[in-house]
Design a protein around this ligand. Structure first.
Ligand code: SF4
Length: 179
């Protein structure tokens, strides 16, 4: 309980607007989510070690997830002027990225084997080494929840966190899995 409180406080200190304890039994790896990656709307499919297929098969991702016994879901919610507020969307995405990097650094000190699953693809390097050479920074690389087959909406809902915060808002979500 003390650890849980500390993690939630750390998440807020790192800059997230919301955080909740993660019950790993709510993590359901879904082929349909991975199939959405393969559609390649983001243009990153097959471009980074962090994204499918470089991050491993869905079975390998599930096997990795099942090694963990707890965690925390973290979220940045941005208030938009309207649904065309591109600057507001970009600002929330930037805040999520920065908070995630801060928390990853802090969490690595406490739990070197933790698994961070964030938003979007790994952006540590301008050019990823995939597939020609090993990842340059395995300790800093980050896969998305979707690349591991997790449906963000469902994970939020099942852990007491809202996915949709109402009109003219945007939410970015990630999680950290702990041994
Ligand atoms: S850390 Fe660099 S090499 Fe590794 S997955 Fe990220 S972008 Fe690619």
């Amino acid at each position: 309980m003390e650890q849980e409180k500390e993690l939630l406080e750390l998440a807020l200190q790192c800059g997230f607007t919301h955080a909740a304890p993660l019950d790993v039994s709510t993590l359901h790896v879904m082929q349909e989510v991975r199939d959405m990656c393969a559609v390649n709307t983001c243009g990153m499919y097959g471009k980074r070690w962090s994204c499918p297929p470089g991050c491993g098969t869905i079975e390998e991702c599930e096997e990795r997830i099942r090694r963990y016994h707890g965690g925390v879901v973290v979220q940045t919610v941005g208030q938009l002027e309207d649904s065309f507020d591109v600057e507001g969307i970009q600002d929330a995405a930037k805040r999520q990225k920065e908070a995630f990097a801060r928390m990853t650094e802090e969490m690595r000190k406490r739990y070197p084997d933790m698994l961070p699953l964030g938003t979007g693809c790994c952006q540590q390097c301008a050019e990823c080494t995939y597939p020609d050479a090993p990842c340059r920074f395995p300790d800093k690389a980050m896969s998305s929840m979707e690349s591991y087959g997790l449906l963000v909406n469902q994970v939020c809902t099942d852990n007491g966190l809202r996915y949709n915060h109402g009109p003219n808002t945007i939410a970015y979500t990630g999680c950290f899995l702990l041994p």
